[in-house]
Ligand binder design. Structure first.
Ligand SMILES: [Zn+2]
Length: 90
């Protein structure tokens, strides 16, 4: 009797694909309502998820951040994109 535990699944803000959390990047808001990459993947507060930098622009166009965080997000895409790229290149 062994049932595989189902890993938690989250939806990407950009493409809307459902993926396991391990394949997504978690974003949280800082005190200035600026989305940041949550490197620990476990920061407190509401999180939003993205597959990668490619989905960042799509999420911005869809205003998905505002919806996900339920507030007017002061989005600096350049910073966020750079953080994604840094992480990918690590
Ligand atoms: Zn995506």
């Amino acid at each position: 009797m062994s049932e595989e535990p189902r890993p938690p699944v989250r939806t990407c803000l950009g493409c809307g694909k459902k993926q396991t959390k391990a394949l997504l990047r978690r974003l949280v808001l800082d005190e200035k309502n600026q989305p940041l990459l949550d490197r620990s993947q476990g920061a407190p507060g509401r999180g939003a998820y993205l597959c990668g930098p490619g989905c960042l622009q799509a999420a911005v166009k869809r205003k998905a951040f505002q919806r996900a965080f339920k507030k007017n997000v002061a989005l600096d895409v350049t910073n966020l994109e750079a953080a994604f790229l840094r992480q990918t290149n690590d």
